[in-house]
Design a protein around this ligand. Structure first.
Ligand SMILES: *[C@@H]1O[C@H](CO)[C@@H](O)[C@H](O)[C@H]1NC(C)=O
Ligand SMILES: *[C@@H]1O[C@H](CO)[C@@H](O)[C@H](O)[C@H]1NC(C)=O
Ligand SMILES: *[C@@H]1O[C@H](CO)[C@@H](O)[C@H](O)[C@H]1NC(C)=O
Ligand SMILES: *[C@@H]1O[C@H](CO)[C@@H](O)[C@H](O)[C@H]1NC(C)=O
Ligand SMILES: *[C@@H]1O[C@H](CO)[C@@H](O)[C@H](O)[C@H]1NC(C)=O
Ligand SMILES: *[C@@H]1O[C@H](CO)[C@@H](O)[C@H](O)[C@H]1NC(C)=O
Length: 474
């Protein structure tokens, strides 16, 4: 997949009679071979009067992805590349209503639907708190939910709609806040009175648009583990594409300043993704000191420093040096997944991407090894599944044969994937749940491969730790 990005800043010099300001900004541009986000932001008056835009900052994705064919089985699972760019660094201490000390926040998480592609966490927004499920995404930063009034540009959500007018703690985020996506466009100038920042965030296949606000969020499901955090910057969306099934928004857990991890100053966080086809069980996402992982089975690997450029600066890069199938080490170049000086290549771990993608040279070795191992007849499943190596099972009800595990050799840590974490079955076909990526482009470890693993992101120590787990019982 090749995608390139061009950032544009245009100055339409629109004078709004209520705001009466003109801003200047420099032209910038960015190209990348990475699949990621597009963000469009502009300033408006907080009155949100029409025609208030003075400066437009556009980041437009130009994308030549041939497209992955849709499928019953995993088409919804292929929503991918849900990445947005990072804003300025600047974490602050996680302050709870119980008095400002660093604390841990928790959220129940579960799979969206058996054939959906995302994991949802539950949190609450506003005062009084309104609970909603949101996609947990380590590949992006913005936290957002739909806000009333929401017309026909909003999608149907499974929880009551949050109305900022009914909350005593909502505020429009000032344009000169360090967390404003528009702060760069101000270029140090004082914001016009009532200035608000409007965004349009585009993900791999969807988008969401609205105004940046600030709110009190409530985490935890019982009185004992409840934590209220004031002043969290979030996106108050009033228009979105229609593919956020089962959620009422998204929580970005990336490295950027807008992510929940950064805004809480959490230092570390952990999750355990329940089995992919099980949307009934739940597990717990923890952010803060209580996120921990120790024991005999725990392996740790250092994060590779992320490129400074957006959107790569948001991602968690790992050093993958090889892959084995069973006892056989595949002949993959140790540089197949290297992050290059220009910010291309590399491999990231992402909870918001479903199917792992591997640079093509490595993917072809994996594909050939799996093909050699399985004695079932190969079948063309591309149209029905979007995956390019599929086998026909004797019947729709047949269990797939037992095959050895696959091992991802990370720097200092082997990650063992049992067959059910790299093969996916349904409707009588059984497919390799991985896809290829243009050589030299970024590879992604998706959430299908992370199921039934307890995973700790220690952003202070810059390490990822993991251990096999039965997540539905945690
Ligand atoms: C969303 O809110 C903005 C700001 O109030 C407004 O300009 C826009 O028309 C709204 N969009 C929809 C679809 O309601
Ligand atoms: C998402 O919603 C659309 C329309 O509401 C529906 O057609 C589609 O099947 C849903 N997808 C999933 C995974 O639920
Ligand atoms: C934002 O601008 C207002 C008005 O000019 C000013 O009072 C405030 O100190 C500024 N805040 C920051 C963080 O720059
Ligand atoms: C946001 O961007 C997407 C993709 O460019 C576009 O289709 C959509 O209409 C935009 N939405 C708004 C409200 O500007
Ligand atoms: C999940 O719950 C549904 C409805 O209660 C049930 O039909 C289904 O078998 C359950 N699935 C699992 C994996 O427990
Ligand atoms: C992916 O693999 C298929 C065959 O397995 C090949 O036709 C295609 O060109 C590859 N795509 C990329 C981006 O390398």
């Amino acid at each position: 997949m090749i995608a390139s990005y061009k950032a544009r800043i245009s100055m339409p010099f629109l004078h709004n009679p209520r705001c009466n300001y003109v801003l200047r900004s420099d032209q910038m541009s960015l190209t990348s071979q990475m699949a990621a986000l597009a963000v469009l932001v502009f300033l408006v008056c907080a009155t949100l009067a029409s025609g208030a835009a003075s400066v437009r900052v556009g980041l437009t994705r130009i994308h030549s992805d041939p497209g992955i064919p849709a499928s019953q089985l995993v088409r919804d699972a292929l929503r991918r590349d849900m990445h947005r760019h990072r804003s300025r660094p600047g974490a602050r201490e996680l302050a709870s209503s119980s008095g400002g000390a660093a604390t841990t926040v928790s959220a129940r998480t579960r799979k969206d639907t058996p054939n959906g592609g995302e994991y949802l966490m539950t949190l609450s927004i506003g005062t009084p708190p309104v609970s909603y499920p949101a996609i947990a995404d380590t590949g992006s930063d913005l936290i957002w939910t739909q806000c009333a009034p929401c017309g026909d540009q909003c999608f149907k959500q499974p929880a009551p709609l949050y109305n900022p007018a009914s909350s005593t703690t909502f505020a429009v985020l000032p344009c000169n806040s360090s967390l404003s996506m528009c702060v760069g466009a101000l270029a140090g100038a004082p914001p016009p009175p009532g200035c608000a920042c409007m965004y349009n965030q585009t993900y791999g296949t969807g988008w969401t648009a609205g105004v940046q606000g600030s709110e009190t969020f409530t985490f935890g499901s019982s009185a004992a583990d409840q934590a209220r955090v004031a002043g969290v910057a979030f996106g108050c969306s009033n228009a979105s594409s229609n593919d956020w099934n089962g959620s009422a928004g998204l929580v970005g857990l990336g490295r950027g300043a807008l992510s929940l991890v950064s805004q809480l100053g959490a230092g570390r966080f952990s999750y355990c993704l329940t089995p992919f086809q099980d949307s009934n069980s739940t597990s717990t996402l923890l952010l803060g000191p209580s996120a921990a992982l120790d024991g005999a089975g725990v392996r740790s690997t250092p994060f590779v420093a992320s490129p400074a450029k957006a959107p790569m600066s948001t991602y968690y890069y790992l050093s993958l040096t090889g892959i084995s199938l069973g006892a056989t080490v595949l002949s993959i170049s140790p540089n197949a997944f290297s992050l290059k000086a220009d910010g291309t290549g590399g491999l990231i771990i992402d909870s918001g991407t479903t199917i792992t993608s591997l640079a093509n040279a490595a993917y072809q070795k994996v594909r050939a090894a799996v093909k050699a191992l399985v004695t079932l007849p190969a079948t063309d499943g591309l149209d029905s599944t979007g995956l390019d190596l599929c086998f026909a099972l004797p019947s729709a009800a047949s269990a797939p044969p037992a095959i050895p595990s696959m091992t991802l050799h990370f720097d200092g840590a082997d990650m063992v994937l049992p067959a059910e974490s790299y093969m996916i079955s349904g409707s009588g076909v059984w497919c390799l749940a991985m896809r290829n990526q243009t050589d030299g482009a970024m590879s992604t470890l998706g959430n299908y491969q992370q199921q039934n693993m307890h995973i700790l992101y220690d952003v202070q120590k810059e390490t990822l730790s993991f251990a096999p787990a039965k997540c539905s019982t945690l």
